[in-house]
Design a protein around this ligand. Structure first.
Ligand SMILES: [Zn+2]
Length: 210
């Protein structure tokens, strides 16, 4: 699996394009929030001659869903989320208002991503882990063969997701990281919703929150 990371919006959110040799791709957490960011995302997909087949939100905080509407429309996709995240997507317009930010509408999502299921594109299979804490329906996408995991805002390089927002639970977050992520091989590459990449082994050794 190959990964392109684009960093968008005022929150420096990482939007991921995952693809393999078949050139099918999935778009994870499109945070594009302006016309120029939309263009950057679409141009990148075009430049690599990719065909988007899935739109996934690891969770539905505003900075991870700003681009849902334009991506859904451009590629004929419906966002896929965990059912416990529906409430966050419903609240998204109100949260934008609270932050004084322009609300870019998101279509209603399909609530199909749950523990034990997988998502597929091209020849790649990603396992879905439910990792609540930063948000009630946060999920991670694990590529076992490629030793890579997309974690949204659950785990960061030397940090963890914030738990001071509505719907957060600190104990659940720690439990999610310890039982779902720190049981993976240490060489597993971790791609987070903000900041740099890391590995499971590095965070086990150096993360001050764990
Ligand atoms: Zn978040």
């Amino acid at each position: 699996m190959e990964i392109i990371k684009l960093t968008f919006n005022d929150f420096y959110e990482n939007t991921y394009i995952l693809f393999d040799h078949t050139k099918e791709c999935i778009i994870v957490d499109p945070g594009n929030s302006t016309l120029s960011e939309d263009k950057e995302l679409f141009d990148t997909i075009e430049k690599h001659k990719l065909t988007p087949t899935l739109l996934i939100n690891t969770h539905c905080h505003l900075d991870h869903v700003f681009g849902n509407g334009v991506v859904a429309e451009k590629y004929g996709l419906t966002p896929k989320i965990n059912i416990k995240e529906s409430i966050m997507l419903e609240n998204y317009p109100r949260i934008c208002e609270m932050y004084g930010l322009k609300h870019r509408p998101s279509p209603k999502a399909e609530e199909i991503l749950k523990e034990g299921t997988s998502v597929e594109f091209g020849k790649t299979v990603l396992q879905v882990f439910e990792t609540p804490g930063h948000s009630p329906g946060s999920i991670c996408l694990y590529d076992e063969k490629g030793e890579t995991i997309i974690v949204g805002d659950v785990l960061f390089r030397e940090s963890i997701g914030r738990t001071d927002l509505p719907g957060c639970n600190h104990d659940n977050l720690i439990q999610s990281i310890k039982t779902k992520l720190f049981t993976l091989p240490k060489q597993t590459k971790v791609h987070s919703g903000h900041g740099e990449n890391t590995t499971i082994g590095y965070e086990m050794a150096h993360n001050p929150f764990l």
